[in-house]
Design a protein around this ligand. Structure first.
Ligand code: ADP
Length: 260
């Protein structure tokens, strides 16, 4: 049978990793990137090879979380885009292509183009787990990732607040529409642990994500406390999950639950 001019046979889809996991929130500022970064580190400490694709083109946080905020070293060669490595995790992010502090002022189709290039052209090597740090919201870019990235499952990060839960529900609905399995919910900023006396305070409430997971019949992946070390270590580019401690242990348990 004659082929149409310009028609190319469909290439078999190349999987980026044995497990491709999206971390999404719906709402910004709930700690989605912090959760993605620390899950990646926790999985690395368990002996897995891990990569993060930072799909937040307008507000990439992953380079800072890994101490790469001044790095611009992403290279494209014949074999594809070569990720940078930090703390044992391979990283691809728009923040590694732009000058520090420079905004990306792009229309939607260009953003989607960049994400597709990251998805298609990155030379990850042999990865056990690829974590996709999803951009906030449920628009074109998010839909395109959900439809084309061969995601095995999505982890939803939220705070116990009703407002964040409302947006988490929207993110979950989007994944359901694209037939992406939901791996469960993780509650961030669950309780505030006072760095002085260790007393817990429920600033954003507590248990909202657990109740939501139960109501939806989804696994509850754990609670991450609101803790000053988490914020400080994130700003320093040394995720708290690198060292032993109660917050690190919470991420290790969540990492186990994600791959269970
Ligand atoms: P998102 O990706 O949802 O926009 P980030 O991961 O960038 O959110 O987190 C927003 C801010 O909150 C950052 O300054 C981060 O260090 C801080 N943060 C996130 N989770 C916690 C936590 N559990 N305890 C303390 N600070 C946190």
């Amino acid at each position: 049978q004659a082929r149409k001019p310009n028609a190319t046979p469909a290439a078999p889809e190349k999987r980026a990793a044995r497990h491709v996991i999206a971390v999404a929130a719906g709402k910004g500022g709930v700690g989605k990137s912090t959760v993605a970064a620390n899950l990646a580190v926790a999985l690395t400490r368990q002996g897995r090879s891990v990569g993060i694709l930072d799909a937040d083109i307008y507000g990439p946080s992953i380079p800072r979380l890994f101490g790469l905020s001044d790095a611009q070293g992403l290279k494209k060669t014949d074999s594809g885009i070569t990720p940078l490595s930090a703390h044992g995790v391979k990283i691809v992010s728009m923040g590694l292509l732009t000058k520090p502090g420079a905004p990306v002022v792009w229309r939607g189709p260009m953003v989607q183009g960049a994400i597709q290039q990251f998805l298609r052209d990155t030379d990850w090597g042999d990865l056990d787990v690829l974590i996709i740090d999803m951009p906030p919201g449920t628009g074109d870019a998010q839909l395109a990732i959900a439809q084309t990235a061969a995601i095995d499952g999505a982890v939803i990060a939220c705070t116990p607040q009703d407002l964040a839960l409302d947006d988490a529900r929207k993110a979950m609905a989007m994944f359901q529409q694209t037939h992406t399995p939901l791996l469960g919910l993780i509650e961030n900023m669950s309780v505030f642990l006072c760095p002085h006396c260790g007393e817990p305070s429920e600033i954003f409430g507590h248990g909202g994500a657990r109740d939501e997971a139960e109501a939806l019949g989804l696994p509850f992946l754990g609670e991450i406390p609101l803790h000053i070390d988490l914020r400080k270590r994130s700003d320093e580019g040394r995720p708290v999950a690198l060292d032993d401690g109660p917050v690190s242990a919470a991420f290790a348990r969540a990492a186990d639950a994600v791959l269970a």
